[in-house]
Design a protein around this ligand. Structure first.
Ligand SMILES: Cc1ncc(COP(=O)(O)O)c(C=O)c1O
Length: 393
């Protein structure tokens, strides 16, 4: 398996920037905003506290775990305590800890296609085999598709709702069907709830909220990266049964010892701030509309309105055909080289013929990006010839 293709786009954008190009990136899988002052100040105070200068516990700071337990309890409607939580280096690490706890070499784990490549990556890193399951026309798992991919080696399903790159939010009834199916076949559910705050439909439910009977076979994963613009701080968690938490704790103890204490204190401050994610969600909802409208204004692009998350995920297959690009990667490379706009080709998510465009950027950035898109691809540009950057402003 190659490295995450999203990083390749970021590296090319960085190289252009180093040459002096004014690159705008809508390729990142992270909010452009800085972390809030509340969190930064808490981290500064934590750095000054000698207690953070020494080893902490492998499972994670008990105060942070207690606070995470309240978040997971609020989402699931079930009771959780600090003992049920393991802190990891971001949600991706928590996902890895979950897979390494659950799977033996050769076990199969069902992941969404289209879907975030990190899900397959953590399965491979834990010695398992990721099995892509084609989602339905609204990018949701269907029980029929899941069952077609089920084998005697199927150990778990990774479900992310809202998802990346699709933004799909699974309805309550769909979650119930998936839960019944998982229950019937003894399949674990890893519920990646990292985008829980970015639901624009008001229908987001954690799977345990609708199927509490799955509690002993579900791992809930979350983190502060997206909700609090803290991707660089690397704090995430899992909440699960004692056996899974014990395995995760042992792995952390044997490898990284624990997540840096200063960062855990910062995450603690973040969880006390519900205003920042709510405000971000309001901003993203507005920017989602702006971007989706702009994309749909380009002949050959068909962009569904995502239910949640931070990305538009338009179908560009007609544009590729009409303008003679071989694939989305070709289009993404052309956009980057000619109008210095970075987006991620759908191939990165098992979705050729689409691109992922992030709207978790500030208004000015998004407006400039949309202008560049229209200059490059709008009705006026009939040829895929490189427009001048001055025009693209
Ligand atoms: C669905 C999903 N889960 C997890 C992560 C990773 O989050 P973190 O930065 O906390 O590791 C991402 C990041 O893009 C994601 O899209």
């Amino acid at each position: 398996m190659t490295d995450n293709p999203i990083f390749a786009v970021a590296a090319r954008a960085e190289a252009l920037r180093a040459q002096g190009a004014d690159v705008i990136t809508l390729a990142a899988g992270e909010p452009q905003a800085a972390t809030s002052a509340v969190v930064v100040e808490a981290a500064v105070a934590a750095v000054r506290d000698p207690a953070t200068h020494h080893y902490g516990t492998a499972q994670g700071d008990p105060d942070l775990r207690a606070l995470v337990a309240t978040v997971v309890a609020a989402d699931t409607g079930l009771s959780w305590t600090a003992a049920d939580v393991q802190i990891g280096l971001g949600a991706k690490h928590a996902l890895f800890l979950a897979t390494q706890a659950l799977i033996d070499a050769g076990d199969e784990v069902l992941v969404a296609a289209p879907g975030w490549p990190g899900h397959a990556e953590v399965v491979v890193a834990a010695g398992g085999i990721p099995v892509p399951v084609a989602t339905d026309e609204e990018f949701r798992f269907s029980v029929e598709a899941l069952d077609r991919c089920r084998t005697p080696r199927t150990r778990a399903l990774i479900l992310s709702s809202p998802g990346n790159p699709t933004g799909a939010v699974h309805s309550e009834s769909r979650l119930r069907q998936i839960a019944d199916w998982a229950d019937q076949h003894g399949i674990w559910v890893i519920s990646d709830d990292i985008y829980r705050a970015f639901d624009y439909t008001g229908t987001y439910r954690s799977i345990l909220r609708v199927a509490p009977q799955l509690r002993d076979r579900t791992v809930v994963v979350g983190g502060v990266s997206k909700e609090h613009a803290m991707t660089g701080w690397r704090v995430g968690w899992l909440a699960a049964s004692p056996e899974v938490v014990a395995s995760a704790r042992l792995h952390v103890s044997r490898t990284i010892t624990h997540v840096p204490t200063v960062n855990q204190r910062a995450a603690h401050a973040a969880l006390g701030d519900t205003g920042t994610p709510a405000e971000a969600a309001r901003d993203y909802q507005r920017r989602r509309a702006l971007l989706v409208d702009a994309l749909n204004g380009i002949d050959g692009i068909d962009c569904p309105l995502p239910d949640g998350g931070m990305f538009a995920f338009p179908d560009v297959s007609r544009l590729l055909r009409d303008r003679g690009w071989a694939d989305s990667a070709d289009l993404a490379a052309w956009l980057l080289d000619t109008v210095h706009l970075a987006v991620v080709p759908g191939e990165a998510f098992n979705a050729p013929g689409r691109i992922r465009v992030c709207f978790a950027v500030d208004d000015d950035t998004l407006i400039t990006a949309v202008e560049r898109l229209h200059t490059a691809l709008g009705p006026a540009a009939h040829e895929p010839a490189a427009p001048q950057l001055e025009e693209a402003r």
